[in-house]
Design a protein around this ligand. Structure first.
Ligand SMILES: [Zn+2]
Length: 427
């Protein structure tokens, strides 16, 4: 085994082929030397990952230590506005947090905005100075630029690096073959290069394929030999955009009109899958340079990006959420936490799973072992396709749980619902 960038045999380190920060699935191999692993990371991967912080948080990805992803945003609480606030979850700003946001009011008076308990601990501060703000008046605004996200030199270099390493990974290439990969490797190792190795796919068939096999946040990859004599990797990123990366010259020009491709998809919940698909016709996937393609696809991409917060309600999603909720639920049962804390101050990823668990439990006589988990869940939730949890629905469900909490029936319900799910459905 040698480094796939320089053939060095010492100091080989594990490369996250798709950066761990961008996926729940681990695709890694120890075939990159320490120098080159550090090089790609320091020169563009880190920067690209930080650009996506808000969306990584929305997708439910975490930092390496399991903490929610932090991002910078504008925070508005009532009439007060704070720029560039580092945010992870709602608790980080509204809950037991010790953070204090200093500002001034309309009349120029000094104002501190924080959790009441934190304020009362301040020297010289008394309860009569306290003004309670409504937590429902909190808004968080994060701004991003489509061009910076998908078309920056950092993004395109990261995409090329992922494609080359994945190509080596899938083809068991364990050294740097200069005769084949000189061009792509020198592009990857030259962060300022503006060469056209990465383009954006326009073919509706490929977009259709991505929608068919990807979920929000999935990475889809496959490679093919084009009629132009090159081997390309096609890389669908998060179900939002599809790149085409030129890897090397093919051994022979592909002139066949019937082709079969192996497509791999890596999902946020850590699962991955291989699929095959066939095409009939010219083996070429139309693409355009990133900047031109982006102006054509701008609305489409914006639309897909705005859906990033949508949850794919899979069994894995529920299992992961239960793992998170259980320790907090036990604090709730012991009286250390209240309902608001259990729900992380109206966080969707706490309310939605509780609601699904409840509905599965209440509708357990509808359970049909011959159907898939998703089909059973759709029956329990009484929906045909995607289950959409609107803001309004969220409020209705939440106020019902607040009532149940007051009547002391919430705890029993959630206990039974988790038990039912874990003993009957989570296999
Ligand atoms: Zn190296």
């Amino acid at each position: 085994m040698k480094c796939i960038y320089c053939n060095c045999e010492n100091d080989l380190t594990v490369s996250d082929i798709i950066p761990y920060a961008m996926t729940g699935a681990k695709v890694k191999k120890s075939f990159v030397c320490k120098t080159h692993n550090g090089f790609t990371n320091d020169n563009y991967e880190k920067k690209m990952i930080s650009e996506f912080a808000f969306f990584r948080n929305r997708l439910g990805l975490t930092e390496r230590d399991g903490d929610p992803v932090r991002y910078n945003a504008e925070l508005n609480i009532g009439e007060y506005k704070f720029d560039n606030v580092s945010i992870s979850d709602h608790t980080s700003i509204l809950g037991s947090s010790k953070r204090i946001f200093p500002t001034t009011d309309k009349n120029g008076n000094k104002v501190l905005v924080a959790n009441p308990e934190t304020l009362l601990k301040q020297k010289g501060f008394s309860a009569d100075k306290l003004n309670i703000l409504d937590a429902s008046e909190v808004s968080i605004i994060a701004r991003s630029n489509i061009h910076t996200l998908f078309c920056s030199n950092e993004m395109l270099h990261t995409v090329a690096k992922i494609a080359y390493e994945w190509h080596c990974f899938i083809n068991d290439i364990e050294h740097f073959d200069e005769t084949q990969y000189q061009d792509i490797v020198s592009y990857i190792l030259n962060p300022d290069s503006t060469d056209h190795f990465v383009e954006i796919v326009l073919s509706p068939q490929t977009w259709g394929l991505m929608d068919h096999i990807s979920r929000t946040g999935s990475h889809m990859l496959f490679e093919y030999c084009d009629i132009d004599g090159n081997t390309y990797v096609i890389y669908g990123f998060w179900g939002i955009i599809i790149y085409k990366i030129r890897i090397c010259k093919s051994a022979t020009k592909n002139l066949s009109i019937a082709n079969v491709y192996n497509v791999y998809s890596y999902h946020v919940d850590g699962s991955n899958k291989g699929d095959m698909f066939g095409t009939y016709g010219i083996p070429s996937i139309p693409s355009l340079d990133c900047s031109s393609a982006l102006s054509i696809l701008c609305d489409e991409i914006k639309n897909r990006l705005s859906n990033v917060g949508e949850r794919d309600l899979t069994k894995e999603y529920l299992i992961n959420r239960i793992k998170e909720i259980k320790p907090i639920f036990s604090k709730y049962k012991n009286g250390f936490y209240n309902l608001a804390q259990l729900f992380d101050y109206e966080h969707e990823d706490r309310i939605i799973p509780v609601f699904i668990l409840e509905q599965l439990f209440l509708n357990k006589e509808l359970f049909d072992p011959s159907l898939s988990f998703t089909q059973n869940m759709q029956k329990a939730l009484d929906c045909r396709e995607k289950f959409v949890f609107t803001e309004e629905k969220l409020k209705t469900v939440l106020s019902r749980y607040v009532e149940m909490d007051a009547e002391n029936t919430f705890e029993t319900m959630l206990d039974s619902a988790i038990n039912y799910f874990e003993s009957t459905l989570a296999f």
